[in-house]
Write a protein that binds this ligand. Structure first.
Ligand code: ADP
Ligand code: ZN
Length: 218
């Protein structure tokens, strides 16, 4: 089972990814999380990626493709994996296809999360994330029980630097220009499953499950 979650920043990919990996027993490959960890640990990849991320721009394709190539060859990916935040350009999508083909594999499905722009801005500007487990919260819609402390793991919860309003705008812009075309690419391959991502986490979770169970032939 090789799945990818596609959608704009703030569409809830990360939240749903956490549910999916639990029910499917495959690892989540979140390129955003991988890059943030690389920055934290001082790894070379992190140094090359940081400026792009701070501006809300995309990290260069060659770096991302190498990162995913390496990560998917690790042993925990043998039974499949869930891509979250990759591919984000048509070049990345093509590289992924080549990579999978060379290993005798193919994408199972791509879930495309649909949310309107006003909702995205509202979600991102109030978003809080756990620096330890990656759980997502929201200042108003889903606060932590204790301020600044993750309900799930006790880790520290705060704002991501790229959730500042100016950066949110450029991330949405980057999505529209560079990433949106990836959707048509997968639709053409007949692998795209659209999911209405408005509503509660639970509602979206049900729709995601229904899409996966009903949409394999599509
Ligand atoms: P979001 O989807 O909420 O914007 P992510 O955590 O997925 O956030 O990504 C954060 C940043 O990491 C992006 O704005 C971009 O700079 C970089 N990034 C993540 N994945 C990719 C990718 N596949 N290609 C290029 N840059 C990426
Ligand atoms: Zn946590």
């Amino acid at each position: 089972m090789i799945l990818a979650l596609f959608g704009p920043p703030g569409s809830g990919k990360g939240t749903q990814a956490k549910y999916l990996i639990r029910s499917l027993g495959i690892p989540q490959l979140s390129t955003g999380d991988m890059l943030r960890e690389a920055i934290k640990s001082g790894a070379d990849v992190g140094k090359r990626a940081k400026d792009f991320m701070d501006r809300g721009a995309l990290v260069p394709d060659d770096l991302m493709i190498a990162l995913i190539g390496e990560r998917t060859s690790q042993s925990d990916c043998q039974k499949g994996f869930l891509l979250d935040g990759f591919p984000r350009t048509v070049q990345q999508a093509e590289a992924l296809d080549r990579l999978l083909t060379s290993r005798g594999l193919a994408m199972t499905a791509v879930l495309s999360f649909k949310v309107d722009r006003a909702e995205l801005v509202a979600r991102l500007s109030g978003r809080l994330v756990c620096s330890r487990c990656g759980a997502s919260y929201h200042e108003r819609a889903k606060p932590t029980k204790v301020e600044g402390v993750c309900d799930l793991c006790g880790g520290s919860v705060g704002k991501r630097p790229d959730d500042r309003p100016e950066v949110v705008e450029s991330r949405l812009e980057t999505f529209m220009t560079s990433t949106q075309p990836v959707e048509a690419y997968f639709r053409q391959q007949g692998r795209l499953l659209e999911v209405d991502a408005l509503g509660s986490e639970e509602e979206v979770k049900q729709r995601v499950a229904a899409a996966i169970n009903g949409g394999r032939a599509g």
